[in-house]
Design a protein around this ligand. Sequence first.
Ligand code: MRU
Length: 354
Amino acid sequence: MNPLPRTVQWIGDLPGHLRLIDQTLLPSEVAYRDCRTVEEAWEAIRVLRVRGAPAIGVAAAMGVVVGIQSHTDSASYAARLKEVSDFLRTSRPTAVNLFWAIERIEKKAASQLGQLAPAELTRLLLTEALAIEDEDRTMCHAIGRAGAALIQEGQGILTHCNAGSLATAGSGTALAVMYAAAEEGKTFRVFAGETRPLLQGARLTAWELQQAGIDVTLICDNMAAQVMREGKIQMVIVGADRIAANGDTANKIGTYGVAVLARAHGIPFYVAAPSSTFDLQIKSGAQIPIEQRDPREITEGMGKIIAPEGVRVYNPAFDVTPAELIAGIITEKGVIRPVNESTIRQFVASLYLN
Ligand code: MRU
């Protein structure tokens, strides 16, 4: 397997900066983008230069450090930290990893505020951001190992959007399972839904799997039912942006439709996600904030006008798959199955036991 370039990383020491693969340019160009201000980090998250729930979390944590690192006044350090954190929180609303990572950084700062000088505090925050990145890499690997046994020799697997290396600091979530199964020597075929309107499936998943030498076939989103009926799909694995306490799961728009189709065809539908994607504050999917994006992503996606000027457009970026359609959630600690409030709470509680 060809190692893919690192999706998100910290460059230098302090002062340093955030570097990410500019995913808006893929697959035609593999180029890095450096973010040296918090505004640049915000913009990179907002326009999906970096995207995918875990990668957004890592980028946001490093974005806080970018925004605070030149602040040397003790008296106003906490206020500046709040300003930077609150600003980054406005970049995208749905992936809980963004809020989870920023809160982790804030808690770390709060534990030492008033005791350490600004430079030492900022170093502590950089260490925490790097730990978030490192833990994410480890979680991806563990998700892959936990889910690999679900894939049987010769199966067809449908995935939607990109939940791979480009969406995390490691090998991904849904795609990590595929990478791990491939490492075990299994052969299988992946169908990647193109994922309108921003084409993460076509531009990112198809590219990433092709780079990794995994058998991948690209289909348009509206072909999934036909491909299932033809008997080409034996399982579905997707990622997640936020999982509510009852197991309802927000993921890229179109995921819910795939889950309904999978149920209609008797195909198991799995979600792969790290613990940082669970949000027990939210009881059910109905409360998950769904990002609404610019209508031009639909009317002039990829630079070409494809709809009449002035037409009304609705562009929710995510949808929610109800827990009852999910066969299991593949986590870094194993597969949660069945998916309901009690098994989810049991899983989250187990994280604090060891
Ligand atoms: O809008 P995006 O590209 O950030 O949406 C990404 C997804 O929906 C992914 O499936 C999800 O974040 C899981 S990534 C491991």
